[in-house]
Design a protein around this ligand. Structure first.
Ligand code: MTE
Length: 301
């Protein structure tokens, strides 16, 4: 799998799966010290970027189509039909149409990226995603001048989705980004985790990952991508405008009306682990702050 490096991640942060397994075996067999001294994990550990386990990543989820509980997606998403899969691309694009996953991704470089993932609920994980840059897909379909936003829509499959049948929130789940956010090299269309195809609880077969924004922007199981010149409606913003903004950039200084965003609980940290400080733009400030130059981040939450 090809890799490219961005942000504060170095090649040492992203380790081929074989080496991860190796390292885990070492951890089990030789204890932490030996494992930490291995090149494959040193930088990641030093930066606190030790990825969560696949088990943690696939059993503690938000995917309301399958229910509102954290274990509902793992319990219920198995029946979701993800093959064949096509994505409708429309709006202000040169080559609109219904693309199979293969057509949309053919020839693009699938990279491995270890990103922090911060939910608006103040928990976080570190996830080793596989995916392509959304910008490359946008280039493939040809964004027309005048387009300013990208809108995304999740599949609605009532037969397999108990949360849809119960109408726990309005569906389809929809999200959106400003075009420059969508084109940012950190923004991924993710197709896997740990080198495996995207697990169903995490949004198989393809989902968005925008690591400097609260997790709800990272919409799962995408079936439609629309280029538009107007800010698209987004699910949580439509549900509660005051609590969930369109931007939803991770910001420790702007609290949610009902809780602080200054710190977060790292999933897998253990019951008695201390909370960790939340980082501006989730640690990606150097890369993305310029997107918001001159903007009041309290107004544009
Ligand atoms: N996408 C859809 N379609 N439905 C959802 O309920 N939940 C969002 C986001 N994308 C959600 C979604 C929220 S609140 C979060 S925190 C992340 O998915 C969770 O991603 P994860 O389960 O892979 O950690």
């Amino acid at each position: 799998m090809a890799r490219r490096w961005t942000n504060d991640l170095t090649p040492a942060d992203v380790t081929p799966k074989a080496m991860w397994l190796n390292r885990r075996q070492l951890m089990a067999g030789l204890g932490g010290a030996a494992a930490l001294s291995m090149a494959g994990g040193r930088a990641a550990v030093a930066q606190g970027l030790e990825p969560n386990t696949l088990e943690q990543i696939t059993t503690y989820n938000n995917f309301y189509e399958f229910g509102t509980g954290k274990t509902d997606p793992a319990a219920n998403a198995g029946a979701m039909v993800t093959d064949p899969w096509s994505i409708q691309v429309d709006g202000m694009v040169d080559r609109p149409g219904s693309y199979s996953l293969a057509e949309l991704l053919d020839g693009l470089e699938v990279e491995e990226r270890i990103y922090r993932f911060r939910c608006v609920e103040a928990w976080s994980m570190v996830v080793p995603w596989n995916g392509v840059e959304l910008a490359d897909v946008l280039d493939r379909v040809g964004v027309q001048s005048g387009a300013q936003y990208v809108a995304f829509e999740t599949i609605v499959q009532p037969e397999t989705m108990p949360g849809v049948r119960r109408g726990v929130i309005p569906f389809p789940y929809v999200e959106g980004l400003r075009l420059d956010e969508a084109r940012h090299p950190l923004t991924l269309l993710a197709t896997g985790i740990y080198g495996e195809p995207m697990p169903k609880p995490n949004g198989a077969p393809i989902r968005l990952v925008v690591p400097w924004k609260y997790g709800f922007k990272s919409i799962k199981s995408i079936v439609r991508i629309t280029l538009t010149d107007t800010q698209p409606p987004t699910t949580w913003n439509a549900l509660n405008r005051r609590e969930y903004g369109f931007y939803s950039n991770v910001n420790p200084e702007v609290d949610h009306p009902r809780w602080s965003q200054a710190s977060e609980r790292r999933i897998g940290g253990g019951l008695f682990a201390s909370r960790q400080d939340t980082l501006m733009f989730n640690g990606y400030e150097d890369e993305v702050a310029s997107l918001y130059a001159g903007m009041d981040l309290r107004e544009n939450y």
